[in-house]
Ligand binder design. Structure first.
Ligand code: GLC
Length: 442
């Protein structure tokens, strides 16, 4: 039977994802022991023989997935995605297809199961990241993939490697994840490049299997592309392995993402807190929490999600800096979550002092820098405003009647009072309730 794109099913299964807006990305595995990031095997050309023994050492006794889920929840996150297998091939789940897995490590634990149980208990939607690339599997191309740690090393030729046998392994593991761990909300594949895209992964067959086992799971676009490239959803001609959302990486797109006909696309920007996905002990270059709050607001104002990453250490703990950032984001979200969750772009031009997000008749004005005097509600017709409140405490914010803006009668201005300092230096949010069209026309 030939495949056809089911737009209604696509919109139905991505609805929760678009409303969720904010998730936690978790990169964790053996690479936490070298503590130089998840690409350490590639960056330092470490042969398998030198890397595999880490399996016998891996025993993150401090790993408490309930604590992980609680930190995500308290930060206002609505979903969490864990690396079930990264490029190094190490599996955090009890796969019957390999011995290179956490249940064979000193820990002897199925961390994927612990993660999913803890997240579901905390009320978080759950996702699993699965690397298409596998530097451990003997049938994965060593010379035929420029990302392989042994690429360029003549001692590791590709003679005898059977890529179809690797694909059986890849499909078999995805089948295990889709069969043995309950309902998954997100499958986060990573990543396609060069000739290794779509059909090369037997993408149509893979997605048929995924859809048969997890019909509502939301998938990303990396069976086709990576953090660069949008994939076939943007062309208006989705392939059977199109993916449901676009995945800009370490970057917020200059504007919302649309397909060739101008229809908005579902997208999620994945962002690290420092400069590494996996734990990197020397990388102290963390983004300040206020910056990350403002990037979250920017993503939502452009119709996207933000997936913010933490790389737990080899003991199973979040780095202290990551914990502090999550707590600070959580303090802002606790008071302003209504301006993020379920929101999207507003049909008005961006105000020069901040951003707009909207959900139904609630328009949220994110004031990111002081205005001198009353705040111009750029583009919002004065007669469409029913009331304005300061979101965190619900206090009334009157429309300004000041003479200073008398020359702009068609513009509405909010009066924040005599204090020139904004209530929240990170992002002061006003909730504007708009009149329905009929009320506005009275
Ligand atoms: C890139 C990196 C990979 C990381 C991913 C997260 O693909 O290669 O290490 O997991 O980005 O988006």
């Amino acid at each position: 039977m030939s495949w056809t794109f089911d737009e209604a099913a696509y919109r139905r299964r991505t609805a929760w994802f678009q409303a969720a807006r904010f998730g936690l990305f978790l990169h964790w595995g053996l690479y936490a022991i070298p503590a130089r990031g998840e690409w350490v095997r590639n960056n330092e050309h470490i042969p398998k023989e030198a890397y595999d023994p880490l399996l016998r050492e891996f025993n993150p006794t401090a790993c408490d997935m309930r604590a992980w889920a609680r930190m995500a929840k308290d930060a206002g996150m609505q979903y969490a995605v864990l690396t079930a297998k990264h490029h190094d091939g190490f599996c955090l789940f009890d796969s019957a297809l390999t011995d290179f897995k956490s249940t064979n490590s000193l820990a002897g634990r199925d961390f994927v199961r612990e993660f999913l149980d803890a997240c579901r208990e905390a009320g978080l939607r759950t996702g699993l990241y699965y690397s298409l690339i596998d530097w451990h599997h003997p049938d994965y191309p060593h010379q035929g993939d420029r990302t392989h740690p042994m690429c360029g090393n003549p001692d590791y030729p590709d003679d005898g490697r059977d890529f179809n046998r690797y694909l059986e392994y890849l499909h078999g593991q995805v089948r295990e994840l889709c069969t043995n761990y309950g309902q998954l909300d997100i499958l986060w594949f990573d990543f396609s490049h060069d000739h290794l895209r779509g059909p090369a992964w037997k993408g149509e067959e893979l997605m048929q299997m995924v859809r048969s086992l997890q019909p509502d799971v939301v998938t990303n676009n990396r069976l086709e592309v990576s953090g660069e490239g949008f994939g076939s959803m943007a062309t208006g001609h989705p392939t059977p392995y199109h993916g449901d959302f676009i995945t800009p990486e370490q970057f917020v797109p200059p504007r919302g993402l649309q397909d060739i006909s101008g229809k908005p696309l579902v997208w999620e920007a994945c962002i690290t807190m420092n400069n590494h996905w996996g734990y990197c002990a020397r990388d102290h270059f963390y983004k300040p929490a206020p910056l990350l709050v403002r990037k979250l607001v920017e993503c939502v104002s452009k119709g996207g999600n933000m997936l913010l990453n933490v790389g737990p250490d080899a003991r199973g703990r979040f780095p202290e800096q990551s914990q502090a950032i999550l707590r600070e984001i959580g303090r802002w979200m606790e008071k302003n979550r209504d301006s993020i969750l379920g929101c999207g772009p507003a049909p008005y031009p961006k105000p020069e002092y901040g951003r707009y997000t909207q959900r139904g008749d609630k328009l949220y004005v994110h004031i990111l820098e002081n205005t001198l005097g009353p705040v111009p509600l750029t583009g919002i017709p004065a007669d469409s405003i029913q009331r304005i409140r300061l979101l965190p405490d619900g206090s009334e914010v009157p429309l300004s009647r000041s003479w200073v803006h008398a020359d702009w009668p068609d513009l509405a201005f909010a009066d924040l009072g005599e204090n020139p300092v904004l209530p929240d230096p990170v992002d002061t949010v006003l909730e504007v309730t708009l009149k329905s069209h009929s009320e506005a026309m009275k």
